[in-house]
Design a protein around this ligand. Structure first.
Ligand code: EPU
Length: 292
C-alpha cells in the first residue's frame, strides 16, 4: 500500500497553510498529515522515509513564512490529544511536543511554580519552543528543560538529556525532526508574585510589540551585543511598506501583514531591511523565522 492509501484518513491534500500561520500568507501543503497517536506518527515517518517523501513539522505557525508556491511532501501537525498532554508532578512538568507553551505556563502558574513567567505571550508549541529555544530578554525556555524525547525523520525514538541536551540563543542541540515530549523542571514560588510577574510581562509586551496585528514575532535574531529592532529602527525603516507587508511602527523587528498580503511582499520587505541595515550599520541580519 502506498503512503497516500495507508494514511488516507489523516491526510488533507493541497491544504492551505496560510490560515495555520501567523503571517497568514503563502501557499498549500501537498499533504497535511495529522497523526492521532504516537504509533501512527512513527508509522507515518517510517513509510514516508521508505517512499522518500520529505517531511516538515508545523507547530504554532508563528515563526514560519510559507512561500507562495507552498511546500511539497508532508507537513505534519501534532494537534491530536496524544501530543498535547501537560502533567504537573511536584516541581516537574511533562508536556507533549504539540502542547502550547501558554498551556504549560498556565499550569505552572496554577501550581505555584516559577521560571516561565517571562515567556508569557510567546506563541509556540513545546516542540517549537525547544528547537528554537524560545525566550525573552532574561530567560529562555531551555534553562528549564531537563529531558526531551525526540523522533528522527526515520521514525526512531530516543531521549536527549544531560550532555546531549544543550541550548543557545534561539537554538538547541535538538536537531531531530520533532519533539514528542519534554520534561520541564521548575521551582516552587509565591503564587501571588508569580501571577504578578506574568501580568507585568504581558503588559510590557503588549505595549512594545504589535501583538494585535498579524506578524511572526521578531523576524531577525539579535546580533551579538546588539538589538535587531534598534538597528532597523535607526535605519529609518519603521512604517516601510511593500505591497501589504509593513515594518511595524511599534517594534521595528516585526513585520505586520495586512489584508491581501502575499509571501512575496514579506520576502521583498525582508530583503529591503537586510540590505538597508547592511548599508547603514555594516551588520548582516540573520533570520529568526524559517522560510518554507
Ligand atoms: N528598539 C528600538 N526600536 C524598536 C524596537 C526596539 O530602538 O522599534 C530598541 C529599544 O531601545 C529597546 C531595545 O531595542 O530597548 C530592545 O528592544 P526590546 O526590549 O523590544 O527587546 P528585543 O531584543 O527587540 C527580545 C526578543 C523578543 C522578546 C523581547 C522581550 C529577539 C530577536 N527578540 O526583543 O522575542 O519578546 O526581547 O523579552 O531575541 C521573538 O523572538 O520573536 C521575539 C519577539
Amino acid at each position: 500500500m502506498s503512503f497516500t492509501e495507508q494514511f488516507a484518513d489523516i491526510i488533507k491534500f493541497d491544504e492551505p497553510l496560510a490560515p495555520l500561520t501567523w503571517l497568514k500568507v503563502g501557499g498549500p501543503a501537498q499533504m497535511l498529515v495529522e497523526p492521532q497517536s504516537e504509533e501512527q506518527l512513527i508509522d507515518v515517518l517510517k513509510t514516508a522515509d521508505a517512499e522518500e517523501i520529505p517531511v516538515r513539522v508545523l507547530g504554532s505557525g508563528a515563526n514560519v513564512l510559507v512561500r507562495q508556491e507552498g511546500v511539497s511532501g508532508i507537513v505534519l501537525r501534532l494537534n491530536a490529544d496524544a501530543f498535547q498532554r501537560v502533567e504537573v508532578n511536584g516541581t516537574t512538568i511533562r508536556a507533549g511536543g504539540g502542547a502550547q507553551l501558554s498551556h504549560v505556563i498556565t499550569e505552572a502558574v496554577g501550581a505555584g511554580l516559577t521560571g516561565l513567567e517571562e515567556l508569557v505571550g510567546i506563541p509556540s508549541t513545546i516542540g517549537g519552543a525547544i528547537k528554537g529555544n524560545a525566550g525573552g530578554k532574561h530567560t529562555d525556555f531551555g534553562e528549564y528543560v531537563t529531558s526531551v524525547d525526540v523522533l528522527t525523520v526515520q521514525g526512531q525514538k530516543f531521549t536527549r538529556t544531560g550532555d546531549e541536551l544543550s541550548f543557545e540563543y534561539r537554538g538547541s542541540s535538538v536537531n531531530e525532526l520533532l519533539v514528542l515530549s519534554a520534561e520541564i523542571e521548575l521551582k516552587e514560588g509565591d503564587p501571588e508574585e508569580i501571577a504578578d510577574r506574568v501580568k507585568t510581562t504581558w503588559i510590557t509586551k503588549r505595549t512594545g510589540q504589535p501583538l494585535s496585528f498579524q506578524s511572526a514575532g521578531c523576524i531577525f535574531k539579535n546580533p551579538r551585543g546588539m538589538r535587531a529592532g534598534e538597528l532597523i529602527d535607526q535605519a529609518g525603516l519603521k512604517g516601510t511598506k511593500l505591497g501589504e507587508a509593513e515594518v511595524s511602527e511599534r517594534h521595528a523587528n516585526f513585520i505586520v501583514t495586512h489584508e491581501g498580503a502575499t509571501a512575496k511582499d514579506v520576502l521583498n520587505l525582508i530583503d529591503v531591511i537586510k540590505s538597508r541595515v547592511f548599508e547603514v550599520h555594516d551588520v548582516e541580519l540573520e533570520l529568526e523565522i524559517k522560510i518554507w
